[in-house]
Design a protein around this ligand. Structure first.
Ligand code: DNO
Length: 414
């Protein structure tokens, strides 16, 4: 298992020198300044790689191992005429990354919005701050701020009344804050910042698109990308839709184990894989994370480790809990990932290196010296380091157990 850490580039307040102190060995990054749809030039990748990897000989080295993400142009998701140029650029970026030895690529296929939260400063009882998604607030945005056409039909009368009350209780500043959080506020988003009018227009492009249509556009994209990825030794790792369900009238197609079954039945290429984002998948109660880690083991190339605590009354609302204290059994998930790596080891001869799973502490609380600093929401320094340290302890303890029991089994063949 390789401990990685997301770095947003030279403007990230958590610097490469900071990351080195966390003990992470690998970096997850992207060229965020290149507009969606344009190919990433080799020289730009090399320059970014040098920022990460060049260091004095007496410092612990860091390696840019994972890309998160190469954004997928909306025209590809919409299957619009002329979208082929964007697929070609995506493939060129992938080829240039392979040339630099960067071979794990996370991406997503969420229309219009990427990940979404309603509160970026949800105060926890211990005084730290977490990210939160509040369903009634989201409905208030959809129904009364965005005033999306036909939105009313997607909510029950009770939900509309509740959303109205939430909306009425907010002042203008809170409404603006909520709007910004949803349409423009989060780091690493695949969409450019826009206003409400553009946002409405972008949503409108999907008015006739259902899940089947979006899925067939994903498969058309992948059927061009995967053969090239295979030839280059690249592993693609699709990130789930966060939160994992349809929203704002948009279809979302990577939400459950059943969605992944459909994906792999259609495109079994070994390069077709997933980012097991534990926090995202566990934002709905019908996803069993340890089971998914086991079922999709060989397809997991990258994993975001964090958990959520869902609201007992409204299971679509959640906050991002501490890495080991959430609704999911993180220890069991890590155990399954380690067992998967062990299977990979058995399947290969000793000389071949196995494809280790890259993990990163996903999101962290804003705590201690993070508070009062400008940090990218979810991407604090101390909060994430706490998450990484906790998860590292679990990995070390379980790895020791797994290797002890495999030694015993070797000594006592059945
Ligand atoms: C949030 C992230 C997402 C993710 C993309 C992957 O913290 O997990 O922004 O990077 O959706 O393509």
């Amino acid at each position: 298992m390789r401990e990685s850490w997301r770095w947003f580039g030279p403007n990230d307040p958590v610097t490469i020198a900071d990351i080195r102190q966390t003990g992470a060995t690998d970096i997850v990054s992207a060229l965020h300044n290149i507009p969606t749809g344009q190919a990433w030039p080799l020289a730009a990748i090399q320059e970014h790689q040098a920022l990460i990897e060049d260091c004095a000989a007496d410092l612990s080295p860091l390696t840019w191992s994972v890309v998160e993400s190469i954004p997928v142009h909306e025209d590809i998701k919409l299957g619009r005429p002329g979208h082929q140029q964007y697929i070609d650029s995506w493939i060129t970026s992938m080829e240039n990354l392979a040339e630099c030895g960067i071979k794990t690529i996370c991406y997503n296929f969420m229309p219009v919005i990427d990940w979404t939260r309603t509160d970026l400063n949800y105060k926890l009882p211990n005084g730290a701050y977490a990210l939160r998604f509040d369903q009634p607030k989201f409905a208030a945005f959809d129904l009364f701020i965005l005033q999306r056409e036909n939105a009313q039909a997607e909510y029950s009368a009770e939900e509309i009344t509740e959303a109205q009350a939430v909306f009425d209780a907010m002042d203008d500043a809170e409404r603006t804050q909520l709007t910004n959080n949803i349409i423009a506020g989060l780091p690493g988003k695949m969409t450019d910042a826009y206003g409400l009018d553009d946002f409405r227009q972008m949503l409108g492009n999907y008015i006739d698109m259902d899940s089947a249509g979006l899925r067939s556009n994903l498969f058309a994209f992948l059927s061009q990308v995967l053969p090239r990825a295979e030839a280059l030794g690249i592993k693609l790792a699709i990130h789930p839709d966060d939160p994992p369900r349809d929203m704002l009238g948009l279809p979302r197609i990577i939400c459950t184990a059943a969605d992944l079954d459909i994906l792999f039945a259609a495109l079994p290429s070994p390069s077709n894989g997933i980012t097991l984002c534990v926090g995202t998948y566990s934002s709905r109660p019908d996803n069993n994370l340890p089971e998914m880690a086991k079922q999709f083991g060989p397809r997991i190339h990258f994993s975001h480790l964090r958990g959520v605590s869902r609201d007992p009354q409204e299971q679509r609302s959640f906050y991002e809990a501490s890495h080991l204290d959430s609704d999911i059994d993180m220890i069991q998930v890590v155990q399954e990932l380690l067992l998967e790596e062990q299977r990979r080891r058995v399947d290969l001869s000793d000389e071949q290196g196995i494809d280790e799973i890259f993990i990163r502490p996903d999101h962290g609380h804003q705590m201690m010296d993070d508070i009062g600093k400008t940090v990218n929401p979810g991407y604090s320094g101390i909060g994430r380091m706490k998450g990484l340290a906790e998860v590292r302890g679990v990995i070390r303890a379980l790895s020791a157990q797994i290797s002890a029991s495999s030694q015993t089994n070797k000594g006592n063949p059945a």
